[in-house]
Each structure stands twice: as C-alpha cells, then as structure tokens.
Design a protein around this ligand. Structure first.
Ligand SMILES: [Ca+2]
Ligand SMILES: [Ca+2]
Ligand SMILES: [Ca+2]
Ligand SMILES: [Ca+2]
Length: 451
C-alpha cells in the first residue's frame, strides 16, 4: 500500500502492528487532509485550557495561509524557568463527517511540556493549529524552536507577558503531496561561531540549511522527487575540525515490503556541499542515525540503525542491525554493534548512563524494549534495560535534569502511556513515571529545555 496520508509515515507503519479493525478506520481517516476542525475536543488535562493566542505577526506573513484552522490549546507556563522535557507529538481527534459517521482525524500539532517545579513534574500543553504534527522541538533562545508537518512550519516560541508568542520563519511547499519538516539539528557548519540548522523534509527529498543569523535564510542543499528524508545528524567524522552532516533518504513507506534507502554524507568542499553515500544495503533502509564519539578518541563515529523485516504473518525474518561506521583516510569501515529482535528501532542516543566513565548507546525498539549497548575491548555488550517499554517511535533522551551530574534516560513509552525516567543506581536502572502520555498520540521526540 502506497501511503497517501498526512500522517503517512506514522500511520502506514503503525498499521503493521495495529489490529486489523483499527486499520480500516485509520485508513479511511487518512485518505484526505484534515478538514477545519472547529469541533476538535481537547484531551483531558489537569491544567485549565487557555484561550488560543493569536499568531504574532511574522516575517513570513506573506506566505499562504494554512488550509486547516484547527483549534489549539496554548496553556500558560506557571512558575519557572525550570528544567523541562518537551515531547513533540501528533494527536487525533474525532470528527463527524457529512454522513454522520465519527472518525479520528489528525488534530493540531502538540507539545507536551513537563517541567520540574519545586520537585514535582507539571504538565503544560502547547498546540499549533497551523500543523498536524510537531516532529521535534528544541531549546532555543530562551524558548523553543519547533518543526511541523502539513503545513511545514519552522517556528520559534517564547512565553512572555502571560502568553505564547510565536514567530514563523519558514513555511515551504515542496510541490509534492506532503509538506513536512521531519528533523532538525543545529551546529556551526560554516565555523563563524553561530549555529546553523539542517532540516530534513518530506516528500520531495529536500535537505536545507537555515541560517538564523542571516534573517533565517534558507539554503536548499538537496532535492529528490518522491523521497522522504527522515533524519539528520551533524558531526566531524574525519577529524578535520569541520562538520559533516548526514541524511537518511528513502522512498515512501509501503506496508508490505521494506523500501530501499541509503545514508548520505554532505561534506564541506570549495564548490559547496559534496554529497556521497555512506552505505546503501539495497534491501532495507535507515530512519535513525547518530554521530557520537563513543570511544572518546576525539573523532565522531556514525551509527546507523538498519531496519528489520517481517514475513507475511508477522514472523521476524531479519532483525534490526545497528552498525558503527568509521571514516579513515577517506574510506568507511563498519562493524556490527548489535542485532536486536525487532522490526524497527527509531531512537538511539549516546552518553554515559551507568556512571563507569564510558559512553554508552541507549536505543528504543518498536516492541523489543529499551536497550543499552556498551563498547568494550572485546566488542559490544547488549543489555535490555526494560522489555516493557514500547512504541512506534519510542523516543529517548539522555539528560541531567536533576542536577546530580549523572545522565538520566527519559523515554516516551507510548504503548504504556507514560513518559518515564530511568536512573542507574545500585547496579540497575530504576524506573519512575514522570507524566502520563495520552494514549493514541504519537510521540516523535523528547528533548530538554529550560522553561
Ligand atoms: Ca555558523
Ligand atoms: Ca570533518
Ligand atoms: Ca571516536
Ligand atoms: Ca557507561
């Protein structure tokens, strides 16, 4: 099944693991873009809903107006600034069609913001009716930077004077069916002391560098028709002191087969960004990559999570394979980090989570749980942290929010409806629930901020 939905990546892949009954329902719901949803119901929330703040005037005011004016909660921040977790989400709301039938349609893009105020976690919801998904949010200039899909929106947000003030910086239409900003990373690509943003998009394969210090100038680096770019990573993998960046283009998802895809590198060269292929297995693709200096030799490695495959009937015929790639004298060598008995693993992060001074990889699978991979002198050791944590994207963040100089693991355990924290103590990982996650939402990313 070729996907055609506003939430295609999500829903079509989700179909494979959802009950057949749900499939029909969502398939119908996602055939067309969501209509204006004046009747969209806010989900239950401890905090009172605030009136939606009007959009602030922006530099991009001349851009076409969004087609769907979804209702949006924009709850105020009370207290703080405080350490915060920001969960970027898509949500679905019931809508009654002309035939009287009720069906779920994508609602407003949603951020679940969870702040540590006086020792207690407090939830605030910020939604944006301009998009039907937030794929990522990051701390930015005292507030947040967000990327959204359908409409594709690059925005910054600040809470000021009792309300959320937004600025719209990029609202592209790529010329295909979907307009989604899918991933963003920041780094100083041109070595002038200020960060650029690298953005991956659907569905025309656009990879762009945005220059906030040049009135948010957008520099299109790549474009390939009918191509989804899911993920960007930035890192210096050849040790020359200049940042390379990486992308994961693949053809749109199909339900019944693994699409082919590759991982591409863009390297700074006199004529511009020179593109090359890191690896392209031909029978699988990657949606998750990471650059990190796990072995702490001063040069980053690249980690690629190659997706697994299911046979008809659901048996796993190929596991997820995580590989490490090193650049030496202009050529790549790769070694296997781990095989994981799962179909997909869309989150991987690096940091020392068990306090032994060595950098670990922490990864979250679709259904196989939460894992840690440790590199030792005689290879990699794979340990399951928790088998009872799962979800479609199953996002992971390593951060020190409690200020004890040790990294905690934060996980969006979507199937369990929990945003969780795992802390290493007394030789094992202790789990606590930070906040509930509304079941049915899709959580794409967890990041930290101070809000
Ligand atoms: Ca720069
Ligand atoms: Ca480099
Ligand atoms: Ca290294
Ligand atoms: Ca460690």
């Amino acid at each position: 099944m070729e996907n055609r939905s506003p939430q295609a990546t999500t829903l079509v892949d989700t179909f494979a693991v959802l009950a057949v009954a749900a499939l029909g329902l969502f398939a119908t719901a996602c055939q067309s873009d969501p209509a204006p949803s004046g009747g969209a119901k806010p989900a239950a929330s401890a905090a009172a809903a605030a009136p939606a703040a009007p959009a602030a005037p922006t530099a991009a005011a001349a851009a076409p107006a969004p087609t769907a004016a979804r209702s949006a909660r924009q709850e105020p921040l009370e207290g703080g600034p405080a350490p915060a977790l920001v969960v970027s989400q898509a949500q679905f709301v019931d809508q009654t069609g002309p035939d009287g039938r009720t069906m779920p349609v994508p609602g407003a893009a949603k951020l679940t913001i969870v702040r540590l105020i006086d020792g207690a976690w407090k939830v605030t919801v910020l939604e944006d009716g301009d998009s039907n998904v937030f794929h990522k949010a990051m701390a930015y200039d005292g507030g947040l930077l967000t990327i959204g899909g359908n409409e594709a929106m690059l925005k910054t947000w600040k809470f000021s004077g009792g309300k959320w003030i937004q600025e719209k910086h990029w609202n592209p239409r790529f010329g295909g069916k979907h307009n989604r900003l899918r991933d963003v990373e920041r780094g100083d690509l041109d070595h002038d002391g200020t960060d650029e943003l690298v953005i991956a998009t659907h569905d025309q394969g656009v990879v762009a560098i945005v220059h906030p210090d040049e009135t948010w100038r957008v520099e299109e680096i790549d474009r390939q028709a009918n191509m989804f770019v899911h993920e960007i990573e930035i890192g210096d993998v050849d040790g020359d002191g200049k940042m390379e960046f990486f992308a994961t283009p693949s053809t749109p998802n199909k339900l019944d087969q693994e699409q082919a895809g590759e991982v591409t590198m863009y390297k700074s060269a006199p004529g511009g960004w020179q593109k090359s292929i890191v690896d392209a297995p031909g029978d699988t693709h990657a949606k998750e990559i990471l650059t990190a200096d796990v072995d702490q030799d001063g040069v980053s490695e690249l980690y690629i999570v190659w997706e697994g495959a299911l046979a008809q009937g659901g048996a796993l015929v190929r596991p997820v394979v995580v590989k490490q790639y090193r650049m030496k004298d202009g050529a790549w060598t790769s070694t296997e980090v781990a095989e994981v008995p799962d179909r997909q693993m869309r989150a991987i992060a690096a940091g020392d989570v068990n306090g032994d001074g060595k950098i670990d990889l922490v990864a979250a699978g679709l259904s196989s749980g939460l894992w840690v991979f440790e590199q030792g002198d005689d290879g990699w050791k794979k340990t399951q942290i928790d088998g009872q944590s799962s979800g479609f994207e199953h996002p992971v963040l390593l951060a020190d929010l409690d200020g004890d100089d040790e990294l905690e693991i934060y996980v969006g355990s979507e199937d369990q409806g929990e945003l969780r924290r795992y802390r290493f103590a007394n030789g094992s990982f202790e789990k606590t629930v930070v906040a509930p996650l509304h079941k049915g939402d899709i959580s794409w990313n967890v990041n930290d901020a101070k809000l």
